[in-house]
Design a protein around this ligand. Sequence first.
Ligand code: ACO
Length: 330
Amino acid sequence: MTLSFPVCFRGTGMYVPDEVLTNQHFTDYLDTSDEWIVTRTGIRERRRAAPDECTSTMAANASRIAIEDAGLSIEDIDLIICATATGDCQFPATAAFVQAALGARQVGCFDLSAACAGFVYAAITATSLLNIGLYENILVIGAETLTRCVDREDRTMIVLFGDGAGAAVMSRTDNPEQAVLHCELGCDGTRTEHIWIPAGGSRLPASENTVAEGLHFMHMRGREVFKFAVKKMAELIDNALEKTGMTPDDLKLVIPHQSNLRIIEAARVKLGLPPDRVAVNIQRYGNTSAASVIMSLAEARSEGTVKEGDLVLMLGIGAGLTWSSMLVRL
Ligand code: ACO
């Protein structure tokens, strides 16, 4: 049975910090090369948050743009969900800091932890809450300050990640052209140690030893995750098309999580789509985890690559290992 939820992306926005780190920044002090980084990942540069910025400040900047783009005011927001793996603190929720920064009403606020699959997880959560009529307008954010969670001396990790934020106002819609048509969420919890920050939580509290061993930094089994991501991306695409009876030609834009250009290319080749129908901005921003899909959607909407009524497939895969997809008629 084909699903159809009367929910739309009413407004979108994104924010990235001003500082650009090119690949040369790393070749100056690490045993790495522009050639290795570009060939293995597609990344040419990424952004780094200024000392006075953090996840909530970037999220608030993206949110203001999304709310204005939606033609709404901050008072119209009924709930704030922030997908992030690099929140301001262990608690309270980064969404609460965003609420205060925006001067929003005292609406519900929570964070959602699904790493790079996080924005689509959050968008699906918002879809269900809008669909049951609990809210009219939900602010859904994907925001990360990953450069602060990676060891700058670890060449296998530091070149991959960037900072940034994207936000969407998701709303109920009466327009029959707009709908969420397919949602999928999943997680393989036997692979939690494939990508994680081992210390700093209740499992292994921070101590002098954990800091000395670098266990407060992100660790990843890159090659295993790469193979998993290529396979899972193909499955997500098959499921979305099969369940809705759509074909690749129906898709105006596919927005995969931006973790590696080779993973994105494998998805594009599987679909048989030309390059302009698959969103790619990894060369400019690196992997921004939960922010990447919504930053790509915000860019595509502001550049006019997609417009109301277009069919868009969003795909996320990340730590957990989690995965998520959403097929939406914008
Ligand atoms: N510069 C030069 N050499 C390097 C660098 C570097 N920056 N980094 C690693 N190498 C070396 C390795 O040490 C290794 O050397 P060896 O063969 O002598 O041991 C060699 O390059 C190959 O390393 P691999 O890890 O096999 O390289 P691979 O082609 O797999 O690329 C990468 C690594 C880019 C991490 C890739 O595996 C990947 O993109 N994985 C998926 C990441 C992903 O999707 N993550 C999910 C989201 S992240 C999240 O949820 C927060």
